[in-house]
Design a protein around this ligand. Sequence first.
Ligand code: GRF
Length: 194
Amino acid sequence: LRVAILLSGGGSNMVALVDSMTGAHPARPVLVLSNRPDAGGLEKASARGIATDAIDHRAFPGREAFEDALHARLLAADTELVCLAGFMRILTPGFVARWEGRMLNIHPSLLPLYPGLHTHARALAAGDTEAGCTVHEVTAALDSGPLLGQARVPVAPDDTAESLAARVLTAEHRLYPAVLERFARGERSPLHLR
Ligand code: GRF
């Protein structure tokens, strides 16, 4: 299965996914794409011998034009599955429709809790004793597609948003590769990790 990974930042989730796609794994990374030419994840992907590209969303007049360029680049790589991994652009229903059922995302909360941004600060403000991350299929509505996996982590009394984010990120690096392998094998039932 030919996987393209989309990122906007450092790409630690991309690294975890790429490093998991070895041996008998049915998927292989064929492209790492960013909306930001300066994304640190692009260098990490190149260092792993993976084709990379940057399509700067600021270079386009509107969202649709940017997404048309994104789509064309994904097709040029014969992409079969898109993994959003720290990709910070909201995708229009038009783009999502073209990849529905073939696009995954990881979100740093236990959805349906805390869709959107600042998830860790919101969990702390709510006094939650548990937090975590979710991998879901991407649909037109933000952060709300079919659930494919969740990983839970404890919240410590002295946690800050940063300390909680670090603990959740470690869980993301376990969850996303595990869900990708199951998805690539046609498994759709949700995976729950503690
Ligand atoms: C992190 O906040 C992570 O929780 C979310 O995307 C952000 C960047 O992750 N999934 P990465 O290191 O670029 O994968």
